[in-house]
Design a protein around this ligand. Structure first.
Ligand code: PEP
Ligand code: MG
Length: 314
């Protein structure tokens, strides 16, 4: 079984009933991208820029950022990469961008919220992303989005940067990792190309359980029916033509692949080494059966009951 997955690692993932599912990798460095390239990742569904440049003491120049993005794309054989703008704050400090001292940083000025306070830094990253996009397929993604106003702000900055550079349009998406964004997805995803569900933060915020606190790790399970209901809500209410991806850790759990497809997810982005196993799980899925499984999971009494449902599923 594992051998079979490895043997087909570089083949596309198609369900038993003929639906092609993109399986990309989450990336934190150019080296990581080379590794993911060898395990058959179809580009990247999440480049965590705050980790790629996490060791820098000063903000990386536009040129450095663009060069790093191209190195990542090269490691993935120039397949499409999804670059997430600085997701700083909360549990993710950046030396050159100290956030405010907050009593509740996870509920504080993080992600896009922080970018609104340092728009020049944001614009510079957008310039680097647009620059890389001239040479390789790139999507841009905004983290920690909560309101439509934030989407509009980010789109305006991107439009201004593109106008300044005379750059072509690039596909744009948002992370769905705040329950409010999942609930109001029809409004927030209007005019976008894709959304990507960040199950790590979505789980933490849905269950009010700090993702880094061992004391509540039992509660913070992405398979909780409350999280699954939000994923289903996103898949059901996203505007027509907007692709739904999952790039949170749930997409790296091979046993959850059928369930995610049954909930209506179109694309997955997993940690590199798991990509062959995720592709194999897609091949073993028939969408009709996956939808039935999703209905059962949505109606399950607990995360433990959902885990039990997934156990026999190969
Ligand atoms: C997530 O929250 O699920 C996610 C993918 O982003 P990060 O883990 O980097 O916060
Ligand atoms: Mg997140």
């Amino acid at each position: 079984e594992a051998d079979e997955a490895q043997g087909q690692a570089h083949e596309p993932a198609v369900t038993a009933d003929g639906v092609r599912v993109r399986v990309a990798a989450n990336i934190t460095s150019a080296r990581d991208a080379i590794g993911a390239g060898t395990t058959g990742a179809e580009g990247s569904g999440l480049v965590r820029t705050e980790i790629v440049f996490g060791a820098e003491s000063a903000a990386p120049s536009l040129g450095r950022q663009a060069a790093e993005f191209l190195a990542i794309a090269s490691g993935l054989q120039w397949q499409q990469i999804t670059i997430r703008t600085w997701d700083v704050g909360g549990d993710k400090p950046l030396a050159f961008l100290p956030g405010p001292d907050e009593a509740n940083p996870m509920l504080g000025v993080r992600g896009l919220r922080l970018m609104r306070q340092v728009p020049d830094l944001f614009d510079d990253q957008l310039r680097a992303i647009c620059g890389a996009a001239e040479q390789t397929p790139v999507r841009v993604m905004f983290p920690m989005v909560t309101t439509r106003d934030e989407v509009d702000w980010a789109l305006e900055r991107l439009a201004a940067v593109r106008a300044e550079l005379g750059a072509d349009p690039i596909p744009v998406g948002i992370m769905v990792e705040v329950p409010a964004a999942a609930i109001r997805i029809a409004e927030l995803a209007r005019g976008l190309d894709f959304v990507s569900i960040g199950t790590n933060d979505l789980t933490q915020y849905t269950l009010a359980a700090d993702r880094g606190n061992d004391g509540v790790s039992q509660l913070a399970d992405g398979l909780d029916p409350a999280v699954l209901q939000l994923i289903r809500h996103v898949a059901d209410h996203v505007p027509d033509g907007v692709a739904v991806a999952v790039c949170g850790d749930l997409a790296s759990r091979v046993e959850a692949v059928s369930l995610l497809l049954g909930l209506g997810v179109h694309e997955l982005s997993a940690v590199g080494p798991v990509v062959p196993g995720v592709k194999q799980a897609v091949r073993h899925t028939s969408l009709a059966a996956a939808r039935a499984l999703a209905e059962q999971a949505l109606a399950a009494p607990s995360a433990a009951a959902v885990r039990e449902l997934l156990r026999p599923a190969r």
